[in-house]
Design a protein around this ligand. Structure first.
Ligand code: NI
Length: 180
């Protein structure tokens, strides 16, 4: 049975490391880790999770976007694990959007991200893919791939002083909903 993985502390050095690529021969050995990551991302009400966040310095991310209490506006995307993900194209066109992170607990910030990306990765069977993503999904993937290179969303903010608390963010969300 899959279980909920423990998140490393926000100051853990693993979050600042470049994660190791997974050779073809190791894909079978990371299946349990992937299963636990897919289970954990939902348990934590995240929309994505990168292996370094649970202490494994490996090039694995999971994307599991669906509306939840932390991201009520998230689009539905079937949970998927991506091994050795590499962003091979970033659109020049960027947009600002709110992000949070399980490894930056209690904070949100506005981060500029490319609107469109092209990603190469292997699925958990080891099959190679090249896909285009846009909008919120492109944002999640850029955020998670950053974790594999030792970066958090705060490093991408124009001014990290503009971080706001989760409580302030939730009240902004409620105001936005009230306008409709
Ligand atoms: Ni994160």
């Amino acid at each position: 049975m899959p279980h909920k993985l423990q998140l490393v502390e926000p100051n853990d050095p693993v979050l600042r490391m470049v994660a190791d690529r997974i050779p073809e021969s190791d894909i079978a050995a990371v299946q349990a880790l992937i299963e636990n990551m897919l289970f954990s991302v939902t348990e934590y009400e995240g929309v994505g999770l990168a292996a370094p966040q649970i202490g494994a310095s490996k090039q694995i991310i999971v994307v599991a976007s669906k509306p939840n209490s932390r991201y009520p506006y998230a689009p539905d995307f079937p949970a998927e694990a991506m091994i050795n993900p590499e962003i091979v194209r970033l659109s020049d066109e960027q947009e600002l959007g709110w992000e949070g992170c399980l490894s930056v607990p209690g904070s949100r910030g506005q981060v500029p991200r490319s609107k469109h990306i092209t990603l190469t990765y292997q699925d958990r069977e080891g099959e190679h893919h090249q896909k285009d993503f846009e909008g919120f999904l492109a944002r999640i993937i850029q955020h998670e791939v950053d974790h594999l290179h030792g970066k958090t969303f705060v490093d991408r903010m124009e001014n990290p002083k503009d971080l706001i608390s989760e409580e302030t963010f939730q009240s902004l969300l409620e105001e936005a909903v009230d306008e409709y």
